[in-house]
Design a protein around this ligand. Sequence first.
Ligand code: GAP
Length: 501
Amino acid sequence: MKIELEDIVNLCKRRGIIFPSGEIYGGFAGFFDYGPIGAEIKRRILNEWWKFFVSMRDDIYGIFPAIITSPYVWKASGHVDEFIDILVECKKCKSRYKAENLLEKYGIAVTDFTVENIARLIADNNIKCPKCGGKIGEPRRFNLMIEATVGSVKDGSSVAYLRPEIAQGMFINFKVINIAMRATLPFGIAGMGKVFRNEISPRTFIFRCREFEIAEIEYFVDPDKQNDCPYFDEVKNIKVKIWPKDAQKSEKEAEEMTIGEAYEHGVFSNKWHAYWCGKALEWLIRMGIRPNNLRLREHLETELAHYALQTFDIEYYFPYLGWKEIVGIANRTDYDLRRHSEHSGEKLYVVENGKKIYPLCIEPSFGVERVFLAIITDAYSIVDGKIVLKLKPKLAPYDVGVFPLLKRKDFVEKANNVNMLLKQNDLITYIDFSGKIGRCYARADEIGIPFAITIDHKTLEDDTVTIRFRDTREQIRVSLNDLVSKLKDLIYHHNSINFDW
Ligand code: GAP
């Protein structure tokens, strides 16, 4: 069965996962609200990210930088001048398009994002407005940063920007963190939070929005040691489709190989870059995404951001969109630390063994909404005509459902006691007293609850319950005394049962 975007959008709306913001006023393009189920799933994705990339490592420091900071930051970083898309407008109906998307509609892939090239492609292919057939006007550069007015006086000096990436928060705080944490190279600074971009045409549900979340790491390495990566063995055997820029140019397919092989073939700008591509893939696979649906694609020179020497996108195969970027891993060199040093006067280098070093920076950057969409798309399945969201237990909105078989008072009382027992042991539960057990299971399956506890006649006699497994529908009987430890074992070390993910 092919999954369509509507399947995901409908489920998300119907079950309180994600829906357009401000819908009672007709919506507001590019902005979304997370409902109770979506908020839990997202919170868990973010927690897993932080745990894997920050808490479980000794070389990465997590921070929460401000959303709005000094506007000088964005001048120095190059965003005021270079953070742009090419905009085109229909001369007749005034509809506006991101040029790249408009051309894509006509089957033309843009690889050179200059105004001149876009103008040529539009003229050569006689591109017209898809809405009214009108003539398309001259392409122009459009800055994606959203401005905010700060302070009580509105003039040029009060203009600030909502951050379009978290990264600058890590660069401007580089020195203070380096000193406060007594960090030595190599080390990283991680941050996550909301970012804002004035996308010309937000579309495809949460794939391209104007407010979204990024989780990213700026990992700083001594340029003389960029191929000394002591952790490389952790990732060298990860196998995935890799599509270097030369293969794309000569129209060769992406080739399956290990990160270690690709590094040996000189695909990556350095060993740390290869390592971070591997680590980002490892985390996505741990979150339940099938490795077959992931690939690493190198940016062509014409696609590179103004700060990047080399970038790889991790693309996910969305059945309704094709291969699309969900994570980017860039080699930003020492560009940002040097720019902020020049613009601020604060020298952002480290001194190690008497040597002044401007470290180079590898940046894995995760678009959380896109990762979220990939995770639920990969988990979406139909079993006996019904939706089952096969999320990893650690990402499910609830750990366990509690369902009394009957609405009778003694069943309800027992279910309440079991529910309380589980909550007191830090398990997030969902209780449903409707007494229609088949429907309870179906409702739980749809939002990915991995386990369901049923309170039945036998429970009242001997304090045992059944645990039903979402994916296999197998049921086992467990004593209430063992229930908490059994569930925790299943959630955190689900080796004891053969799940089909
Ligand atoms: N600091 C680097 C940086 O911001 P980026 O490629 O511009 O890099 C990072 O953004 C990630 O954010 C992308 O890999 C993508 O997954 C996600 N992303 C970018 N624009 C987005 C949008 N309009 N809506 C949702 N996610 C977006």
